[in-house]
Design a protein around this ligand. Structure first.
Ligand code: MG
Length: 164
């Protein structure tokens, strides 16, 4: 078994929607990012890559590469899923937390879980998504951006043989 942790933050900018957990949410602002700026998926990808000792999302998808300009972050997640399959890792569970004053996750939680479970090829109940605010403190508390943390546990298909 292997654990991994991920963290990501993006600032709000001009726009009319944010993308979180693969779900497009209409909003009064957009996200400043090279890709779609999906902090939940970026944190999750970093956690998955971390658990496999494969570096971080920036090494796999450099943010100065024009191919990833405006990219759908589900591409990144599916890439991580492919790396997991190739190495015979499966997801035991993922726990994600969004830190933001707004928008609220509640109405979109089920859709986000469905997107992530689909891309990782796992049951939805292996994906937990929760949210908290910064209680008005700091940049996140002033509503200047969004942050997310993720932790994952992976199990290896050969675990019984090799003690993974
Ligand atoms: Mg990011």
């Amino acid at each position: 078994m292997r654990v991994g942790i991920g963290y990501d933050v993006h600032a709000f900018g001009p726009g009319d929607h944010v993308t979180l957990g693969g779900e497009r949410i209409p909003w009064s602002q957009g996200i400043r990012a090279h890709s779609d700026g999906d902090v939940l998926l970026h944190a999750l990808c970093d956690a998955l890559l971390g658990a496999m000792s494969l570096g971080d999302i920036g090494q796999h998808f450099p943010d100065d590469d024009p191919r990833w300009k405006g990219a759908d972050s589900r591409l990144f997640l599916r890439h991580c899923a492919k790396l997991m399959r190739e190495r015979h890792w499966r997801l035991v569970n993922a726990d994600l937390v969004l830190v933001a004053e707004a928008p609220r996750v509640g109405p979109h939680r089920a859709a986000m879980q469905a997107h992530i479970a689909h891309d990782l090829g796992c049951q939805r109940d292996r994906i937990n998504i929760k949210a908290t605010t910064s209680e008005g403190l700091g940049a996140l508390g002033r509503g200047e951006g969004l942050a997310a943390q993720a932790i994952v546990l992976l199990a290896h298909a050969d675990g019984a043989l090799h003690g993974h």
